[in-house]
Design a protein around this ligand. Structure first.
Ligand code: GLN
Length: 482
């Protein structure tokens, strides 16, 4: 089946003229038309743009020119990244008719590296959620069990890879939105270091926490996509001037002697016993691969959820002020300006977005600012220090990605607090700005995937990917042997 292909396989099949980028793009669109009615991962297909790019790659192959690193690789993009001339909704009705005039840097870099962009992927509205049920365009179904959520907010990005409707995808992660859906759908998802990947053209949710990162079936493919999108961009002042290593070459370095931290704070109450067992077995595997397992302490972890939900909502309330019916998207009919603002925002935003705007506005308001926002920023510093201290002793930290496997559609949607609490293991990496990856490490008794999460020091994605790759190789050899 062509859609089970990896990036390397696609590239070599095109370079060796076994297929063409155009034929492959058509095959993926056929598959999307067959599969996606039951999954709901895609919001918009951009066939013209995809086929133009595919033709460009095929012309290169026909001339015998070397193909660029992602030459002809079918990818798809979470609909929070703007695409020139292609509708971009952020999963919101307020941007239903929004056609951006420019490309997000990460998208432009993928295309410059030869990738074929198939379309835009469903997500929670403005990336606010953990199940993709907050999309204004209907929920995404988990390809592994269609009665369950794919996770969120990048649920479409994880589901598209899991259902082999794209070889790789981009998502965004503000509090776990790449790693948690990767875990729920049984694929690999990476949130890089804050500043590693430009956010130019990412529709902002919470600017001090937002990251762009890749999804794919394997660690090596994630490394390849990261190498393509990472690095300083003059259009994003928060993108860092830090050299980008060749992540793919770094994968093969040995992991013997690396120190893997394990923090008891990530194995407390609320952790599903089957998830715990799978993650502990994965850590044992790392020890067998020659890593040294070292206990570490991250004592402020219990404050992560309240801290995150204050900082994230405060920043969201400010970022979302721009959606006023004047400049973008939906505008309600009204008799005067203030009514127009009110009706446009009331009709354009969904429930969860409104809840967050209200929470954030409250946290920032005079008289409450010190008690909530300022306090949250101080606790954020303590959480970041926990990681700095731990990384004096270890190279990576291993933890579960999520306390449970994918839950059922509808199960938590009416209980926002339960939904927020499920982000317990992922929000810390956003607050500290450190990189994190989720890789499959097993299944529960219902065959639902479980994710192992690894964290590393800021800008040390190379070590993170290396350990993840070593574990993945070991695990797939075990699966094959079985
Ligand atoms: N689930 C978290 C939230 O709802 C994280 C979302 C994200 O990372 N975009 O805020």
């Amino acid at each position: 089946m062509p859609s089970a292909l990896t990036i390397d396989q696609v590239r070599s099949a095109i370079a060796n003229r076994q297929t063409t980028a155009t034929a492959l793009a058509h095959e993926f669109y056929t598959r999307i038309r067959q599969e996606d009615s039951e999954i709901g991962a895609f919001l918009t297909l951009c066939e013209e743009r995809a086929l133009t790019q595919a033709a460009r790659i095929d012309a290169m192959a026909a001339e015998g020119k070397p193909l660029p690193p992602l030459g002809g690789v079918p990818v798809a993009i979470k609909d929070v990244m703007v695409t020139s001339g292609v509708r971009t909704t952020a999963g919101s009705k307020i941007l239903d008719n929004f056609i951006p005039p420019y490309d997000c840097t990460a998208v432009a870099r993928l295309e410059a590296a030869g990738a074929v962009i198939l379309g835009k992927l469903n997500c929670d509205e403005f990336a606010m959620g953990s199940s993709t049920e907050n999309s204004a365009y209907g929920a995404v179904h988990n390809p592994r069990d269609k009665s369950r959520v794919p996770g969120g907010s990048s649920g479409g990005s994880a589901a598209a890879v899991a259902a082999q409707m794209a070889v790789a995808t981009l998502g965004s992660d503000t509090g776990g939105s790449i790693r948690q859906p990767a875990s729920f759908c049984g694929v690999v998802g990476l949130k890089p270091t804050y500043g590693r990947v430009s956010r130019y053209g990412l529709i902002a949710f919470a600017s001090s926490l937002d990251h762009i990162g890749p999804f794919a079936k394997t660690v090596k493919e994630v490394a390849l996509v990261l190498r393509t999108i990472a690095g300083r961009d003059p259009m994003d002042s928060t993108s860092a001037e830090v050299p980008v290593p060749d992540y793919v070459a770094e994968l093969e370095k040995p992991v013997e002697g690396l120190k893997v931290g394990v923090a008891k704070e990530y194995f407390g109450s609320g952790l599903d016993p089957e998830v715990r067992a799978a993650v502990e077995a994965a850590i044992q595997k790392l020890a067998e691969l020659g890593c040294e397992v070292v206990p570490v302490s991250l004592p402020h972890t219990e404050y992560a959820i309240p801290t995150y939900y204050i900082v994230a909502t405060a920043e969201a309330s400010s970022n979302l002020a721009r959606f006023d019916g004047v400049r973008y998207g939906f505008r309600a009919k009204a008799t005067n300006l203030s009514e127009m603002y009110r009706l446009s925002r009331d009709g354009g935003f969904g429930m969860e977005v409104k809840r967050r705007i209200m929470l954030g506005t409250y946290a920032l308001s005079a008289g409450y600012y010190d008690a909530y926002y300022l306090k949250a920023q101080k606790v954020r510093t303590l959480l970041t220090r926990d990681f700095h201290e731990a990384f004096k002793k270890v190279d990576v930290i291993a933890a579960p990605t999520c306390p449970t496997v994918a839950f059922r559609l509808g199960e938590k949607v009416n209980d926002p607090l339960a939904m927020y609490l499920a982000d317990i293991y992922t929000v810390t990496a956003n607050l500290a700005g450190i990189p994190g990856i989720s890789i499959p490490c097993g299944e529960n008794h219902e065959k639902l995937p479980i994710g192992l999460q690894l964290f590393a020091r800021q800008f040390d994605e190379a070590t993170l990917l290396r350990v993840a790759h070593a574990y993945e190789q070991e695990r797939s050899s075990l699966v094959v042997r079985r």
